[in-house]
Ligand binder design. Structure first.
Ligand code: PRP
Length: 207
């Protein structure tokens, strides 16, 4: 069963509002994307598998834990790039595997232009990173690629989703949890999320 987790954390809600604001400049926008990625990653990694680990403290032995899964971040180019840094602050040793997709402006279908995944999977868990889940086409296509690669544990981490994108992703991949800061009202006629935040790629990169 698919699960949709919409963060209720006050810091997420506060920062998301600043992110949406048309008066937020590119530099502040990038910083907010980084901070939101970190906060959402904290929530999205609550079920990571642990192995037991014993350490020696100054006072004796402590039974503890060690995160044991190999994790891959999969930013969808280009807007997903902005989420990488915040996640890496919590998960410094992850692999990053970029997937290049752009959305055809007329058909709204994703077009693949970059994929350098090796033949065999090198990670056990993938976090797909993309700030916007609009029609869901890009996320579904990326997760299709990752499943063909051989990864079975996949999560989607984004900032804002449209109900249409949530529906499409949960239908195509009901096993993939969706972690976002908000699910907005709708998509408009040109496939933008309303009220959303505009074009996440353009606002990060000043284009
Ligand atoms: C945007 C966004 C997602 C995609 C979402 O990327 O970053 O990747 O659209 O739309 P979907 O859910 O309908 O597929 P865009 O194609 O604008 O490319 P960019 O990231 O290079 O700006």
């Amino acid at each position: 069963m698919s699960q949709v987790f919409v963060s209720q954390h006050p810091l997420v809600l506060h920062k998301l509002t600043a992110l949406r604001d048309i008066s937020t400049d590119h530099r502040a926008f990038r910083e907010l994307v980084r901070e939101l990625a970190l906060l959402l990653c904290y929530e999205a990694t609550q079920d990571l598998h642990l192995a037991p680990k014993t350490v020696t403290t100054p006072m004796g032995l402590a039974q503890g834990h060690k995160a044991e899964e190999r994790i891959g971040l999969v930013p969808i180019l280009r807007a997903g790039l902005g989420l990488v840094e915040g996640v890496q602050e919590l998960l410094p040793n992850v692999q990053v595997w970029h997937i290049g997709l752009y959305r055809d402006e007329k058909t709204l279908r994703p077009v693949e232009y970059y994929n350098r995944l090796p033949t065999e999977p090198t990670v056990q868990v993938c976090l797909v990173l993309d700030p916007m889940l609009a029609t869901g086409g890009s996320a579904v296509a990326t997760i299709d690629i990752l499943k063909r690669w051989g990864v079975t544990r996949i999560k989607f981490l984004g900032l804002i989703a449209a109900p249409e994108g949530v529906e499409r992703l949960t239908t195509a991949h009901p096993d993939v949890p969706i972690h976002v800061a908000a699910v907005d009202e709708r998509l408009n006629e040109i496939g933008f999320i309303v009220p959303g935040l505009g074009d996440a790629g353009d606002r990060q990169f000043g284009t």
